[in-house]
Design a protein around this ligand. Structure first.
Ligand code: SF4
Length: 243
């Protein structure tokens, strides 16, 4: 008898944390964890691949880029302990996907509701830049993960890299493509990236796109708080329509 999906999902996350497929990222994540940043000198850095996390019954699946060196690579939880996370969890809380607006560490009491947070790559890259090979190495985790979320309906990509990663994963993993698009459905051309767009992919799945809440986007006001909030309001409205 096969294991329940929630157990398979948890096992996949455990397995991921041992991954050493990308030598450059293994060196970097460990090096950052050793040298640390002055303000976090007393912290025990995680320094390993960061597992995806959230509600296994989630309808909303968020795909970010990769852990930040002194954020998730320090705390061990996606988008936790950095400015991008401040933006993301504040918006998720306002929209009812999180029980609190802040995410500071694994034991901070944060619970995600109807939301799962994953990433294009699970190790922090130098200068926040991943190589094509590294993204390809990490695809199989996303490909295995999405079918283990039985209620997933909306896949939200934060940024163009996440969208490309999702599209390449659909392209290279037949089982995932059949799961998301339907059996024998060819992969359409990758949609043009734009903030706030919701596009149906199949009867079950809808793609949502947002600028990544990185400081590069938030400081320049390319992404504002009302823009981000509206996206989650739209996602909620979309999910309610489908009930
Ligand atoms: S980025 Fe992904 S594939 Fe590469 S070492 Fe980390 S977990 Fe493994």
């Amino acid at each position: 008898m096969s294991k329940p999906l929630a157990k398979q999902l948890a096992d996949l996350q455990d397995y991921t944390t041992q991954c050493t497929r990308c030598p450059r990222l293994v060196d970097w994540r460990q090096d950052v964890a050793r040298t640390k940043r002055k303000q976090f000198m007393d912290d025990d850095y995680w320094g390993k691949p960061v597992p995806a996390w959230g509600d296994p019954s989630a309808e909303l699946v968020i795909i970010g880029l990769a852990p930040a060196a002194h954020g998730a690579n320090r705390t061990g939880r996606m988008f936790t302990g950095d400015r991008s996370g401040d933006w993301l969890y504040r918006a998720l809380h306002k929209a009812g996907f999180a029980n609190q607006p802040t995410s500071t560490g694994k034991d901070d009491g944060l619970v995600l509701q109807n939301c799962w947070i994953s990433a294009a790559a699970r190790c922090a890259p130098p200068l926040n830049k991943l190589t094509a090979d590294e993204l390809a190495n990490c695809r199989s985790y996303l490909a295995e993960e999405i079918p283990l979320l039985p209620k997933a309906k909306v896949i939200l990509c934060l940024g163009g890299v996440a969208l490309t990663a999702l599209w390449n994963t659909l392209k290279h993993h037949d089982t995932l493509r059949a799961h998301v698009l339907g059996a024998d459905v060819a992969l359409p051309k990758k949609p043009a990236f734009g903030h706030g767009i919701l596009t149906p992919l199949s009867q079950q799945f809808t793609l949502a796109l947002s600028y990544h809440p990185s400081q590069q986007n938030t400081f320049t006001k390319r992404l504002t708080e009302p823009m981000f909030d509206k996206l989650f309001t739209d996602i909620n409205a979309h999910l309610r329509q489908r009930v």
